[in-house]
Design a protein around this ligand. Structure first.
Ligand SMILES: [Zn+2]
Length: 609
């Protein structure tokens, strides 16, 4: 962490929410939440799913529901924000726990509402849904109806809810407990999983190989329990999906994501058709690393030493310039986070790791949390979180029921922002070796987010299908399918070693959120495609992009993109995103060739423009 003049790392000012954890306003608000929820329940429960429901009555319920959500959000967000910068402060953790308990009580008085929306008689719903009074709620109402189609009776739902922690959730918790407690050995030294995974980025191949062996060994030790957990979860999902009448194992995820099966199929097909890009990149990486045959523990080996250090003030300038070259209006909004102290970037003891952007309500602005240490990765994170920030500021014109974009769209502005900053950084770096490092970093990030997630999704499809058709399977079968679905993407460029077949056992999403992974690929590739379009269109693209962000979650991904004039169902749309990756690989190849010709050495760092 640097501290020279003009480079002080910012901490946030939360006074737009409360004056501090002892602000009496917090108690007042917390008291209101349950009280108002009980009043809401008394006023509307049993009166929504009725033959005589009127537009006016439903609208008034929606307005009150909205305000309930707004009142609840403020103290909860404040407590989360406060806690994450100082986790050791017991007053902060006590406040957090209190807000969670109160929210959960309040929620129990609000739950009936969505359930009843689902049960409004079709005839009545069809009559009122197109009323202009419901314009800003239509998407929300329609989505609730879609979800409701797969709900069971109230009694059955209650049983499922009340036994949830003794069924699947108990097994996912066991997965987390086993995985987080495990100590991986290297010699006599013990490592946690995350400490071990960092070693795959080590330039020393021996260190990587030893770390890989330790990971495999550790996973094999727990293989029986982990496989038992996995089989139980597959079976539970099969039973509940049958009861809820979901066609495929992945269907429930698509409904939540508001995407259609055919769109997901298209994305998967396009990605698989472009696996050769992964193969080509790893062929290049093999030459760059000068290793005879790449294997699983070489995937993340660094190309260039990441020595670039960027002071925060410079990072701020780079990000704002990159945003501003796209659109001054975008930069203006991003600048607010710095000038109004909505960002906490200073690392300190007791502060949580990682980064996030937290939205509060449409009436309030979001906050950005991160730990800035000056690395290239940190400037990318700053660009990413500011993307979320401006997305949220723009979507604030929607109401709280539909201002949050669905999962596949949630990373649009953040990824787009990262791409703008990537290009900016590339233009500022002089050393070809570091340029190559930056491009490789970008390509590897895309491979991890797009192709690897699709490969995992194909693994999940295969195992859920197999479980449904042929019953419980052995761990060898799952290991075989994992190895096969991952190897496909590398072609001949990289041969996954025998030990790698056990590595599905540490992927949390596979255990905790079935079919979640494709959303990453969907979102990331969608942004690549939009970015490719921006490069073709330039200025005319910008207002359409603002419209997309401003719509928040008030439309489905397909509606949002088609409003921009593109067809998300057309494979060509997705292919244009892949073509952008192809361009980056070509760029990396070119630099590599030039370097080979000139044998240039370099030590220079980033230069200010
Ligand atoms: Zn994000």
């Amino acid at each position: 962490m640097r501290s020279e003049k003009g480079n002080k790392l910012p901490t946030w000012d939360l006074s737009d929410l409360y004056q501090g954890f002892d602000d009496p306003k917090i108690d007042q608000d917390l008291n209101q939440i349950t009280k108002k929820s009980i009043i809401f329940e008394g006023k509307y429960k049993g009166k929504i799913a009725k033959e005589n429901l009127t537009v006016e009555f439903l609208e008034s319920a929606l307005i009150e529901y909205k305000s309930l959500l707004e009142i609840s959000a403020k103290p909860s967000c404040f407590a989360e924000l406060l806690f994450s910068t100082d986790t050791k402060n017991t007053k902060h953790s006590a406040l957090l726990q209190r807000t969670r308990e109160i929210s959960s009580v309040a929620l129990s008085h609000q739950l009936f509402f969505d359930l009843e929306i689902g049960k409004i008689p079709d005839r009545v719903f069809d009559q009122i849904i197109n009323s202009t009074q419901l314009d800003s709620y239509r998407h929300y109402l329609n989505h609730q109806r879609e979800v409701a189609k797969h709900r069971l009776s109230e009694t059955e739902e209650k049983i499922l809810e009340k036994t949830a922690n003794t069924r699947g959730k108990a097994f996912t918790r066991l997965f987390t407990e086993i995985t987080s407690r495990q100590v991986f050995k290297i010699g006599t030294e013990g490592f946690t999983q995350s400490e071990l995974l960092v070693r795959f980025h080590d330039p020393d191949r021996d260190k990587r190989r030893i770390a890989a062996r330790s990971l495999t060994h550790g996973l094999k030790q727990n293989a029986h329990s982990l496989n038992f957990i996995f089989n139980t979860l597959l079976h539970e999902k099969q039973i509940i999906d049958q009861l809820r009448n979901f066609e495929l194992a992945e269907t429930s995820r698509h409904i939540a994501n508001e995407v259609e099966q055919t769109m997901v199929d298209t994305v998967v097909e396009v990605c698989v058709k472009n696996y050769h890009l992964v193969e080509e990149y790893y062929q290049l990486k093999q030459q760059l690393l000068g290793i005879d045959k790449l294997t699983h523990y070489d995937r993340y080996a660094p190309i260039a030493d990441e020595q670039i250090q960027i002071p925060f003030a410079e990072a701020r300038q780079i990000v704002l310039e990159a945003y501003g070259e796209f659109s001054p209006e975008l930069a203006e909004r991003a600048e607010l986070f710095f000038s109004k102290h909505w960002i906490d970037a200073a690392p300190k003891t007791g502060k949580q790791g990682g980064a996030y952007c937290m939205k509060v309500t449409p009436e309030l602005h979001p906050y950005i949390f991160m730990n800035y240490t000056g690395s290239l990765r940190d400037i990318t994170t700053l660009a990413h979180e500011l993307g979320h920030g401006v997305h949220n500021l723009l979507a604030n014109q929607q109401n709280i029921l539909n201002y949050s974009p669905v999962l596949p769209m949630a990373e649009t502005a953040s990824t787009f922002g990262e791409m703008l900053v990537f290009e900016k950084l590339l233009s500022r770096i002089e050393s070809p070796r570091q340029k190559l490092g930056l491009i490789s970093h970008q390509i590897e990030g895309t491979i991890a987010t797009v192709f690897r997630q699709i490969a995992m999704f194909r693994f999940e499809r295969a195992v859920h299908q197999l479980r449904r058709q042929q019953g419980e399977q052995s761990i060898e079968t799952y290991c075989g399918l994992w190895q096969e679905t991952q190897q496909e993407m590398f072609g001949d460029s990289l041969q996954l070693g025998e030990g790698h077949k056990w590595w599905w056992l540490y992927i949390p999403h596979i255990f905790q959120a079935a079919f979640y992974v494709y959303s990453y690929a969907f979102g990331e590739l969608l942004v690549r495609s939009l970015y490719a379009q921006y490069r073709r269109e330039m200025a005319p693209f910008i207002p359409k992009y603002f419209d997309l962000l401003s719509a928040g979650g008030s439309m489905s991904p397909s509606e949002l993109v088609s409003n921009m004039g593109f067809d998300i169902k057309n494979p060509d749309f997705w292919q244009s995103g892949c073509n952008l990756i192809r361009q980056q690989i070509n760029q990396a190849k070119q630099i590599h060739e030039t370097l080979n010709k000139t044998h240039s050495t370099d030590g220079s760092s980033i230069v200010s423009s």
